[in-house]
Design a protein around this ligand. Sequence first.
Ligand code: G6P
Length: 610
Amino acid sequence: MCGIIGYIGQREALPILLEGLRNLEYRGYDSAGIAVCDGTTIRIAKRAGKVAQLAAEVEHGYFPGTLGIGHTRWATHGEPTDINAHPHTDATGRIVLIHNGIVENYAVLKTQLEREGYSFRSDTDTEVLAVFIGMLYERLGDFELAVRTALQEVEGTFGLAILSRDEPDMLIAARRGSPIVVGIGDNEYLVASDASAIVAHTRRVVYLRDDEIAILHRNGYVTKTIGDEFIAPEIHELDFELEQIQRGNFPHFMLKEIFEQPSTFRDSIRGRLLIEQGNAKLGGLTPVAAKLRATRRIILTGCGTSWHSALVGEYIIEQLARIPVEVEYASELRYRNPVIYPDDIVIGISQSGETIDTLAALREAKLKGATILGIVNVVGSTIARETDAGVYLHAGPEIGVASTKAFTSQLAVLSLLGLYLGRQRDLSVGEGFHLAYELSRIPDSIARILDTAPAIEQIAHEYADRSNFLYLGRGVNFPVALEGALKLKEISYIHAEGYPAAEMKHGPIALIDENMPVVFIATRDEIYEKIISNVQEVKARHGRIIAIATEGDRRISELADHVIYVPETHPLLTPILTTIPLQLLAYYIAVARGCDVDKPRNLAKSVTVE
Ligand code: G6P
C-alpha cells in the first residue's frame, strides 16, 4: 500500500528520499510527496501522479536539509489529488507527517478538533492525525510526548514518520498494523515501510512491532512502546542484494520475475528435498512437528494470488496426506466467527507477510486456540513474526504488482508440505520419491516453457483487442484457471473469468461465440477425457481455443486454435508449469495494449488496509 521513507543523518536528504520513493512505488502510487527540514524550515512538495512527476519538480527546486520524509500514496480517504497527498501538517505547519494505514476514529477526532476551532484542507484521515498531534504539542510542549499521547487515542492502523520544525535533530517513526523498518547506518538512520527502500544504504535493520515507536537522532536512537516503556531493539541483517530490486535488462519487473522462476523455484526447494527418502525437510516446522502429525484439519487462508495457491494446496495436501483441508479468503475468515478447534492448523499464505486481512484471520484463529503457521516470502514480515512457525519462500523481492514468482514458490512450498505431511501418514516411500524427484526437475521444465515465450507473444498479439476471456481448468488446474484470469484482469484490464471447466455448461457457455477466447488448461491426467469434451463444446459454438497441453499431445492440436505445450510432470505439480504460459500471455497482452504492467491502475502490491 502506501510507501514511507524517512532519513536523518549527515547527507542531503532529498536524493535519498526520491530514490527510496522510486523503490517503493510498486506498493501503491497515485500521488507522492516529500518534506525536508534544514534546521529552521520544513519545505514540502506533493502532487498527484507518479514519483517521476514529483521528482522532475523538486530535483531543480530548493530542498536543502539532512532530515526528511517521503511518501507514495494509495488513496483510501479522499481522491488522489495534490491536497490529499502526504505529507500533511498540523495547523501551525510545525508538525509534518506521512502515514500508511487508516485512522478509523478520524471522524470523531475531526469533530472534536473542529469544536476546538481547527479546520482542515484535505479529505484525509491523516491530516486529522497531524492536527491532533499538533494540538497536543501545543498543550504538552513535548514533541515525543504529543506523538505518544495522540497514538494512544488513535483507533485503526498506522505506519508513521513524523517531523517537528522545532526538533531538527529528531525523526519519529511509529507502527500499528502497517510495517515500519528502521535502517541503522553510521550517524544516520532511515525509516521505511519496506526494506527495499533502504537496502542501498544499510543492511542493519530493526523491525518495529505494533504500538512501538522509534525516536531517531543523528547520533543515536531509542525504541519504546507508545506507553513509554523502553524496548531493547533487535537488530536484523537484510538478506537480499540491491540488484534483486533492479530491473536489469528487462523492460518490466514482471517479465524479469517470470523469467527468474527456474532459479526462484530452485531456491524454494533447495535443501528441503530428501529425494531418496521420498520426503521433505522443512526446518521452520520442526517446533510444530508433533502438532502437524496430530492435526485432523488444516485451514489455508490468504488473499488474491496467495488464495489461489491455497486452492492448489488443498488438492495437494488432501491427496498426499488425506487430511481435510479448507480454503478460505482471509477477509471472510476473520469476520465470520469461524469454528476452529484447538488441534486445527491454520496456515496464512502471503507474499508480503503484511496483508492485513491475512494477518487478522491468523490472529482470530490463534485466539480460538489453533496453531498458526505462515508461508511467507518477506523475511521478518509481520506474519512471519507472529505465527507459531512457518516456511519462507526464498523467492527474493517481488516488485511487479501482479504476483508471479511468489505464486510458483508458494506451490513449491505447498508441495513440500504435502509431501512431508503425507510421509507422516500413509504416503509410501515410492510415491514420495516420485513426487520429490519430479519436484527436482521442475526448474528445467519451467526454463523450457520460457523458451516458448515468442510463440506466446504471437498469440497475445492476435487476441490483445478482445474484451473478454474465459479460463477453464479442472481438478488441481482449476485454481490455475482462476489465477490466469486474475493475471489478465490485473494488468491488461480485460474482463476475464476462471471456472472449473465442467461448470461452463451451467452459465458461461452462454457467452461463447466466435469472439470469445477460451483458455483451457488441459494437461494429460485422469480427467483429460472430460476436459476434451469441454473443449469440443466450445468448438461447437465457434469459440476460439487456446490450450495449455502436455508435450506430445497431438489430439488437442486438432481441436484447439493454438496449443502451448508444457513438459510432463507429476499430475499434482502440473499447476506450477501450466501457470507459466498464462503469466506470459497476460504480460504480452497487457504490453500490446500499452498498459503499465508493473504499475496497474488502482492496485497495490501490499494491501495493509482493509
Ligand atoms: C494484492 C496484490 C496481489 C496479491 C494480494 C495478496 O492484491 O496485488 O498480487 O496476491 O495482495 O498479497 P500477499 O502479499 O498477502 O500475498
